[in-house]
Design a protein around this ligand. Structure first.
Ligand code: NDP
Length: 435
């Protein structure tokens, strides 16, 4: 706590894990007295570097780059890169810490890491993005590799940025390897990777509902965000018979009571991915929808809520409003979008609640499948990858039940995910000694 006193998000993530894992450690002799959690909260390595680049006016700009290599005990470091002005050490350490547990849950051999920069991609030209990415990689390349650390995308880092980053890595190293995931299909990418986090989140919600004899059919869903995760959560939920009625961005929320169907989603993708515009532009084409400037979607009644934007975007008051309005299930697409107060409301109300480290693990799992295909020098079909993704989400759901079932039958998915993620890593830590 003293050592990380200025890192509130990191402390929040560690506290949530400690609350569920420490009692488990106390009950299991083999983990006693080994300071395993203490070893897991200290990154193996935290790299911070200068990223100088030239903007379109010929001016030199300087950003700060990071890579947190949290744990490689079960595999190479793996985790996304985030480009957003709010990026700092605390946020990346929380994300890297969560990533260790998430990657462990996927059943694939991947350690945990996270990185990024306080660079703001909004309003930048393609050339500025390219120059920034090239500069970023001209330092990052010496710390990563297909058997060392394999970054991917996250907020502000999509297919365009991965392309620029990969291009520079390939040039400097003079080798073509699977050092990044989320690559384009013609140069080593995997089918379903762009869709995987959003799809996986919906598959997880489906698993939770099925356990209660329920389904997604006819459910009203509020989704926040309108980026990669939000878009594909909307697509899959709609395909499975639900109606998604909201999307948002940092400007506000759109509410379309008729549902955001395939055609409307295509328009959202055009606004956000091609024009890089604002979600409020949805009303230009669909004026019957409503726009709430500066608001999140949580005041709108729904059966299921899927926060898919960013950390701490859904607080205790939002949670109370959701429960009061009849919400029965919350499945996190983003990382730690619900505050501890919100999670407590969901648990006290005994509604279904899936923490991101379980429900959004489909993205990194499919990145793991991309790594496997790169190593095989082979590509699986869309159906093959989707089936594997479904299987992995089911297996994560089963692990949560194994460790999260309360005496009254309620599944505490937070405890389940934390303990299941912990056990695999802790066993490897014990086997490898004090290193
Ligand atoms: P994108 O950059 O594609 O989209 C992010 C969305 O969230 C945008 O709509 C953005 O709005 C909104 N947003 C970001 N920051 C804020 C903020 N501070 N306040 C309000 N809205 C905000 O990112 P992704 O969809 O990839 O990521 C979303 C979340 O999912 C993140 O928490 C990420 O860590 C998590 N995640 C992503 C994975 C992936 O595979 N991409 C895997 C696992 C988790 P605006 O356009 O206005 O900035």
């Amino acid at each position: 706590k003293v050592r990380n006193a200025h890192e509130p998000e990191f402390l929040q993530a560690v506290r949530e894990v400690a609350e569920t894992v420490l009692p488990y450690i106390a009950e299991h002799e083999i983990y006693n007295g080994k300071n395993i959690l203490l070893r897991m909260v200290e990154p193996e390595r935290a790299i911070m570097f200068r990223v100088p680049w030239v903007d379109d006016n010929g001016e030199i700009q300087v950003n700060r780059g990071y890579r947190i290599q949290m744990s490689s005990v079960i595999g190479p470091y793996k985790g996304g890169l985030r480009f957003h002005p709010t990026v700092n050490l605390s946020i990346l350490k929380f994300l890297a810490f969560e990533q260790v547990f998430k990657n462990s849950l996927t059943t694939l051999p991947m350690g945990g890491g996270k990185g990024g920069s306080d660079f703001d991609p909004k309003g930048k030209s393609d050339n500025e993005i390219m120059r920034f990415c090239h500069s970023f990689m001209s330092e990052l390349f010496r710390h990563i590799g297909p058997n060392t650390d394999v970054p991917a995308g996250d907020i502000g880092v999509g297919a365009r940025e991965i392309g620029f980053l990969f291009g520079m890595y390939r040039k400097i190293r003079n080798e073509f390897t699977g050092v990044l995931t989320g690559k384009g299909l013609s140069w080593g990418g995997s089918l379903i990777r762009p869709e995987a986090t959003g799809y996986g989140n919906v598959y997880f919600a489906q698993n939770m509902l099925e356990l209660k004899g329920d389904s997604l059919e006819g459910k009203i869903i509020t989704v926040s965000g309108s980026g990669n995760v939000a878009q594909y959560a909307t697509e899959k939920a709609t395909q499975l018979g639900a109606k998604v009625v909201t999307l948002s961005d940092s400007g506000g929320t759109i509410y379309d009571k008729d549902g955001i169907d395939e055609e409307k989603l295509a328009y959202v993708m055009e606004i956000k991915n091609t024009k890089r515009g604002r979600i409020s532009e949805y009303l230009d084409k669909y004026p019957n929808a409503e726009y709430y400037a500066g608001k999140t979607p949580w005041h709108i009644p729904c059966d299921i809520a899927m926060p898919c934007a960013t950390q701490n975007e859904l607080d205790k008051e939002n949670a109370e409003a959701l429960v009061k309005n009849g919400c029965i299930c919350v499945s996190e697409g983003a990382n730690m979008p619900c505050t501890p107060g919100a999670v407590m409301v969901f648990h006290n109300s005994k509604i279904l609640f899936a923490p991101g480290k379980a429900s959004n693990a489909g993205g990194v799992a499919t990145s793991g499948l991309e790594m496997a295909q790169n190593s095989l020098r082979y590509s699986w079909t869309r159906e093959e990858v989707d089936e594997k993704l479904k299987g992995i989400m089911k297996s994560i759901h089963n692990s949560c039940i194994e460790h999260g079932k309360d005496p009254d039958g309620y599944i505490n998915y937070v405890r389940g995910a934390n303990i299941a993620g912990f056990v695999k890593v802790a066993d490897a830590v014990l086997a490898q000694g004090v290193v």
